[in-house]
Design a binder for this molecule. Structure first.
Ligand code: GLA
Ligand code: ZN
Length: 671
């Protein structure tokens, strides 16, 4: 679908469910979709019930017709495997396919994304269906990707999962003693005598709400187990399909910052990343940018597919406001600016019934092309046609990395203390936003990724330091890298067991400090510190720390720990390691990050007003400067390089002013 011989442009389209409509309406759909420059449709996402009415019977007549029709109309296909919701007969005859939820409630048939990931029934029939689909449609060379299931997610706590969890633990720890040690079960007399003693951690056992557990170790392992169990379902289909159609890339649609699944592990088994982007109108644009960059980072910077977004409106927010004129186009280019090589929607046509009938679509209930949304979609489609293959495969060259780690996210969420207001993604976002506002590109990387290509590595709330990760950071800083970490870092190992001897544990020598206490401030309480002559607030958490070689850059100004360090810098080998002992505000992060980048020789792509986002991607065709005006006002931008705005066909020289209207976009191509 991306980086494939068959694809010569940014594919434009999305979910199409003609099976929900009488056949006589389909040809008119084709006319409308082609009018809108749609060239790819995602088919068959929720058709399991239609494809397999019972154990033995498979029925592809309708799907054959649909596939043939869109093929005849010259469209590409992203073919889904339909396993995102199981058929009713399966639930009736094989209740093992039903999930048991976090409260211990066994679900009945209903909703979607509803299969137990360890159900033998699910494994058997999902694999069988994937094989049948791959065999049947393998000769269609307009199939550009397989789309396995849909938005995998959730959790199951049924007996099958519990048994599988025990097997998973046995494999991981070998002995029950090792389990007891890893989870510190001597606490509260939880010692397990046998693997059979272990039960799934939920409201019936260790939890008192979703994120509150008496044993972080067991809950953390269950998260890992659940993420892997669901991944195994994906892999089962992947392997089946890949064996039949080795040349068609396979993906599944991810959901950005989705907590329950460790997408960095998932990415290893995906041919390309695709994801669904549904920000609310109020969401800061930098947050969407961060999610795009997280998705790009899953495959070390390879372009990804924007698999879904709404053309206009969602139906599931409390207030489903319309995307204002121009915003669908702006957000589509924002995805491309951050590494997307497709622009796709949910969905092509609104249903008349059920819970998504008021969700935006290319073809609205009005049923014709004379709508604002249709016009905007058509205009964007024409632009993407004109752009052709120019930007495909282009990469972002980032010198800054932000470490993002699902285990750290889970462990921070599960931590009892220090503060209920400490949220992993918020802390990542504080730093990300500062970089984004400066137009400095960042890669969001995993702890497995190489650091040597970066000049600055920021690891907010690196609470869990996995075995060997301190060594990686040590090497990076020794060789001249700049490293930043924050409060609540270096506390625990991969079992959530504390590294004793003073926080931040294994990072102490790199940072040249040790933390004695940690003060969690209630919401209305603030401390402060002064940096570069400006006083900034210290909120959320204030570490009380001592230096062991680090230089103190600022100190707290209030309370009994006034005068203790709030920000330190340690020279370590050829590099520097910074410790930000508290949370501050956007102005501080901006100033601090600007200075660090300047010292490291990292230049912003361009200086622009805060609401104008700029990114740069390059490929063999040259470089592409994406200028995105998120503001309601127009702005004039002085271009740093000459080139052609490929959307408006205008040539610019370096130093020229480009007038960017409210919500408008320019893509400057320099050869
Ligand atoms: C998700 C799903 C789609 C649809 C949209 C609605 O992304 O994948 O099937 O439900 O949400 O926003
Ligand atoms: Zn289960």
């Amino acid at each position: 679908m991306i980086e494939s011989e068959k694809v010569k442009k940014i594919l434009y389209g999305g979910d199409y469910n003609p099976e929900q409509w009488p056949e006589e309406t389909w040809e008119e759909d084709m006319r409308l979709l082609k009018l809108a420059h749609i060239d790819v449709v995602t088919l068959n996402v929720f058709s399991w019930a239609a494809l397999q009415p019972d154990e033995e019977t498979y029925c592809f007549d309708q799907l054959d017709k649909i596939v043939d029709m869109v093929t005849r109309h010259g469209m590409k296909i992203c073919l889904a495997t339909a396993t995102g919701a199981h058929p009713a007969w399966m639930a009736r005859k094989h209740p093992d396919i039903l999930r048991t939820d976090f409260n211990g409630m066994k679900r009945k048939f209903g909703c979607r994304h509803n299969s137990c990931p360890n159900s033998p029934t699910y494994h058997k029939y999902a694999k069988a269906l994937a094989a049948k689909l791959a065999e049947r449609y393998q000769s269609y060379d307009n199939i550009v990707a397989w789309h396995i299931s849909n938005e995998f997610g959730g959790e199951c706590y049924c007996e099958n999962c519990e048994k599988a969890f025990r097997r998973w633990l046995q494999e991981k720890y070998k002995t029950i003693d090792a389990v007891n040690q890893a989870w510190d079960t001597a606490f509260w007399g939880h010692t397990f005598y046998d693997f059979e003693d272990i039960v799934a951690p939920n409201m019936l056992s260790e939890h008192f709400d979703y994120n509150s557990t008496t044993f972080q170790g067991i809950s953390l392992d269950y998260k890992r187990f659940n993420s892997e169990s669901i991944l195994n379902c994906y892999r089962l289909e992947y392997d089946t399909i890949h064996a039949i159609t080795p040349d068609i890339p396979i993906t599944t649609n991810l959901m950005g910052t989705y907590q329950p699944l460790d997408y960095q592990m998932w990415a290893k088994y995906m041919d390309f990343i695709s994801w669904d982007n549904y920000p609310s109108n109020e969401a800061p644009f930098e947050e969407t940018a961060m999610r795009h960059d997280l998705m790009r980072g899953l495959k070390q910077g390879k372009p990804f597919a924007l698999m879904e977004q709404t053309p206009s409106v969602t139906n599931w927010l409390p207030y489903n406001a319309l995307k204002r004129p121009g915003v669908m186009r702006l957000w589509s280019y924002q995805a491309v600016a951050h590494g997307a090589d497709t622009v796709m929607f949910f969905q092509m046509k609104r249903s008349i019934g059920a819970c998504e009938k008021y969700h935006g679509a290319v073809i609205d209930h009005a049923g014709h092309e004379h709508t604002r949304v249709f016009r905007e979609i058509t205009e964007l489609g024409a632009e993407l046609d004109k752009m052709g293959a120019l930007t495909l495969g282009a990469r972002t060259d980032a010198k800054v990395a932000i470490v993002f780690d699902w285990d750290n996210w889970w462990a921070t969420d599960y931590s009892a203390g220090p503060s209920v207001s400490l949220h992993y993604c918020d802390e990542i976002f504080n730093y990300y936003k500062a970089l984004n506002d400066l137009n400095i590109s960042a890669d969001l990387i995993s702890v497995e990724d190489d650091l040597s290509c970066y000049s600055l590595v920021i690891a907010p709330v690196l609470y869990m330091v996995k075995p060997g990760y301190d060594e990686k950071i040590r090497e990076f800083v020794k060789e001249g890298g700049r490293f930043v970490t924050t409060f609540f870092s270096g506390y625990v190992d991969d079992h959530d067991l504390v590294t004793v001897g003073g926080y931040p544990g294994k990072l102490r020598d790199i940072l040249g400090i040790w933390v004695e206490e940690e003060d969690a401030l209630p919401e209305e309480t603030k401390n402060s510190f002064t940096y570069g002559g400006v006083t900034y607030p210290a909120v959320l958490i204030c570490d009380l720390l001592h230096t062991e070689g680090a230089e103190v850059l600022c100190s707290y100004e209030k309370d009994f720990y006034a005068g203790m360090p709030a920000l330190t810098c340690n020279t370590f080998g050829k590099g520097k390691a910074y410790y930000v002992a508290t949370r501050s505000n956007a102005a501080f992060y901006s100033t601090f990050i600007r200075e660090l980048c300047a010292q490291a020789g990292i230049e912003p792509v361009l200086d622009t007003p805060e609401c104008v986002e700029v990114t740069k991607r390059s490929n063999a065709n040259g470089t592409f400067l994406f200028l995105l005006n998120h503001d309601a006002e127009s702005h004039e931008i002085i271009l740093p390089q000459g080139g052609r705005d490929i959307l408006k066909d205008t040539e610019y020289q370096a130093g020229d002013a480009l007038a960017l209207a409210a919500k408008d976009v320019a893509v400057i191509h320099t050869k």
